[in-house]
Write a new protein. Structure first.
Length: 338
């Protein structure tokens, strides 16, 4: 598939290489809302998690259904591939997280320890551990090889709905019903930073890299002093976090300074999923307003809207590793390829 799927490659490919409608294909087969989508790091495979208690695998190049993974006894809320693509992780309202072998498609580990719904799961960059978060107000770190819980993080006062792990694996973010985002150093169970500003449940968080040259622009927009702006490093390091909330906003944060840099208010309903474009210049968000929007970080505005992207609320979006395809999942039970 050519890069043109995300808007074409031309002299201004950086700003054009972003999703646009109409969808390339729509994948149907789930019997209940799709809650999460994940894209394989190597092959053109999508995993989708649904309230129908199944995980389905699809090929987004051919738009073909591949197979169904069954094992959870309740709605599956999140799926994630490990960095190699050899293992798929899932979590459910059945209070378990599972690991699936992507060669045999068998469940190899079932991880139990949370006392309520497990909302999200993600792999550490090394692939040796997973992080889960739960309605029991805790976050847990699990060893992939043994399935054992090796660390529990407590700091939230309500349901923890989402997690994101930084690119180097040194920190992660968690957020949920208490409206705060907590930044954790992976090796410590004490919160590193707490980000406050959202006025409703935080549904989604995502780490990103800073685009070269954008730091000073955003710091200035956020009211930083000239001296502080001049001292900003320009290297593309992990400092940005995006968040989306039921308050309808998408926020951009500097996690080290615990500072909100941008507030995007384009959505007209709950924001359910955010991802950074790999060039670091855009945040792509999906919402219960049935739109997928592209936010320009430097300009602080919504630069593209895919309206009526689904017939119902959009729950999850994910980018393919080649960045040429955006995948979305919805309460309409479908998965769309953009």
């Amino acid at each position: 598939m050519s890069a043109s799927r995300l808007g074409g490659v031309d002299g201004n490919s950086d700003s054009r290489n972003i999703p646009k409608g109409p969808s390339k294909s729509v994948l149907s087969g789930h019997r209940a809302p799709v809650m999460s989508v994940a894209v394989h790091p190597v092959y053109s495979i999508i995993a989708s998690a649904s309230e129908d208690a199944t995980i389905k695998l699809w090929d987004y190049e051919t738009a073909q259904y591949e197979r169904t993974l069954k094992g959870h006894t309740g709605p599956v809320l999140c799926v994630a591939f490990d960095p190699s693509g050899n293992v798929l992780a899932s979590c459910s309202t059945d209070m378990s997280a599972k690991l699936w072998d992507m060669t045999t498609f068998q469940c190899t580990k079932t991880m139990r320890g949370h006392d309520h719904t497990i909302s999200a799961i993600s792999f550490m960059p090394a692939g040796d551990q997973t992080i889960t978060c739960s309605r029991d107000q805790t976050i847990k770190c699990w060893e992939v090889n043994t399935g054992y819980c090796v660390r529990t993080y407590s700091g939230h006062s309500d349901w923890v709905r989402c997690i994101a792990i930084s690119g180097n694996g040194e920190m992660f973010a968690s957020a949920g019903n208490d409206q705060t985002i907590i930044i954790w150093k992976t090796t410590s169970t004490q919160p590193f930073q707490t980000l406050r500003g959202h006025e409703h449940v935080v549904e989604t968080v995502a780490f990103g890299k800073r685009a070269a040259g954008s730091a000073a622009v955003i710091a200035a927009a956020a009211g930083a002093s000239t001296a502080a702006i001049l001292s900003l490093p320009e290297a593309s390091d992990v400092v940005y976090l995006a968040s989306g909330s039921r308050d309808r906003s998408v926020r951009l944060w500097d996690v080290v300074q615990a500072q909100c840099l941008r507030v995007f208010t384009a959505h007209e309903n709950w924001v359910r999923s955010v991802v950074f474009h790999p060039n670091g210049k855009y945040i792509i968000s999906a919402s219960d307003d049935k739109t997928i929007r592209v936010m320009d970080i430097k300009d602080g505005r919504c630069m593209r809207t895919i309206s009526e992207a689904h017939a119902h609320f959009i729950t999850s979006i994910a980018l393919s590793p080649s960045n040429t395809v955006l995948i979305s999942g919805s309460v309409d039970k479908n998965i769309s390829v953009w």
